[in-house]
Design a binder for this molecule. Structure first.
Ligand SMILES: Nc1ncnc2c1ncn2[C@@H]1O[C@H](COP(=O)(O)OP(=O)(O)OP(=O)(O)O)[C@@H](O)[C@H]1O
Length: 355
């Protein structure tokens, strides 16, 4: 199963979703919900830069997909009253590609580089100098006759985004004056986001219905907005278009997203772990076979959220269902649960302990 087929995937699901997301993006820092600390710190950085009439420090935004990094980059440009250029690590294949972008930036422009951890090495090295001295070395010619011509570029602000802060080389990380870590959102914050999005989509929604959607959104605004759209469809087709708690519940049951935001795959993994292996420990491959999935799908797609929710533990001896998992699925936890799956742990590939 591809991550993109899942309604609870945090990744953007194609061009149509991106178009709708664009319409739902807050445009000012004051309209950006949650991430209180990041917002306050960023506000100071931007205001002080505006006062001094200088470009602010380069900004690094780190955090999982769908938490608002692109939105924040757009807000930074808007608050500075500057244009925004958008590119990404994978789109810049050679240093020359980056030089072409950098040399055409206007003074003060904001450059957003998404997935900056995937920048090719030569481009990354060019970026060091550009960030520090607003200069690049453009190499002209090939072989022994090649010469590097230094080129001044206009002072700009780099906003880098990464879902993998740990993969960023130290020298690159150090060149960002401001590093913001974006966390998962609280249900109360997601509820405000759902209500705001409903307003923009011109749908009526009760507060309890907004809370119902927020609670199942896995801490991620992108998922909240997606669930809202599916619930809206349901309310339009099966009701009078108003989203009530009942219609939200019925729609989300239809899409197999449960009260905690688990989908069919998440539940299948937990159920198998408990029903077939007595709660574990059981090896990843054995568990994957039992739900008819590849081990990688179970490990990458289902497990991180289950671990984050405290429903599944990765131990050196295998995967284990926690007491919370037994309670969530409403199954009685056998007294010997933690050890019960040992017999089945034949492939011995417990995988990493922890996330
Ligand atoms: N704090 C927020 N308040 C309101 N809406 C938000 C917030 N954060 C994100 N969103 C909404 O969630 C959607 C996804 O946000 P965005 O594209 O900024 O995420 P991202 O972190 O850049 O994701 P990716 O890593 O996949 O690029 C957008 O439609 C945006 O409107």
């Amino acid at each position: 199963m591809s991550e993109h087929e899942r309604i609870v995937s945090a990744d953007a699901d194609g061009a149509e979703e991106q178009r709708i997301e664009a319409a739902l993006r807050p445009r000012k820092l004051d309209d950006f919900i949650g991430q209180e600390r990041v917002r306050e710190q960023l506000s100071l950085v931007l205001q002080s830069a505006l006062r001094r009439g200088r470009t602010p420090d380069h900004v690094l935004l780190s955090g999982g997909p769908g938490l608002g990094k692109t939105t924040l980059a757009m807000i930074i440009a808007a608050e500075l009253g500057q244009p925004l250029r958008i590119s990404s690590g994978p789109a810049i294949e050679r240093a020359g590609d980056l030089a072409a972008v950098l040399s055409t930036l206007s003074e003060g422009e904001v450059l957003f580089l998404d997935e900056i951890h995937r920048l090719a090495r030569p481009a990354e090295e060019m970026l060091y100098m550009a960030m520090e001295d607003f200069r690049v070395d453009v190499v002209v010619g090939k072989g022994p006759g090649a010469t590097a011509i230094p080129l001044d570029i206009a002072p700009f602000t780099l906003v880098g985004a990464t879902t993998r802060a740990g993969m960023l080389p130290g020298p690159l990380r150090d060149r960002f004056g401001f590093v913001a870590h974006m966390d998962f959102y609280d249900p109360s914050e997601l509820e405000i986001i759902v209500r705001r999005s409903a307003r923009l989509l011109d749908v009526e929604i009760g507060d309890d219905a907004a809370a119902e959607i927020a609670g199942r959104s896995r801490g991620t605004p992108r998922i909240a907005n997606r669930l809202l759209r599916r619930v809206r469809d349901y309310a339009e087709v099966r009701g009078d278009g108003t989203i009530t708690r009942e219609s939200a519940r019925a729609a989300l049951a239809l899409y197999e997203v449960d009260e905690r935001g688990l989908d069919r795959l998440d539940r299948a993994v937990l159920e198998s772990l408990m029903r077939k292996f007595g709660g574990g420990p059981v090896g990843l491959s054995t568990l994957a076979v039992s739900v008819g999935e590849e081990p990688e799908t179970v490990e990458v797609v289902a497990e991180p959220f289950l671990v984050r929710q405290g429903l599944l533990a990765r131990t050196p001896r295998g995967r284990v269902a926690t007491a919370a998992a037994w309670a969530h699925l409403g199954l009685p936890q056998p007294p010997t649960a933690p050890m019960a799956g040992t017999l089945f742990d034949v492939d011995g590939d417990a995988g990493p302990a922890g996330e």
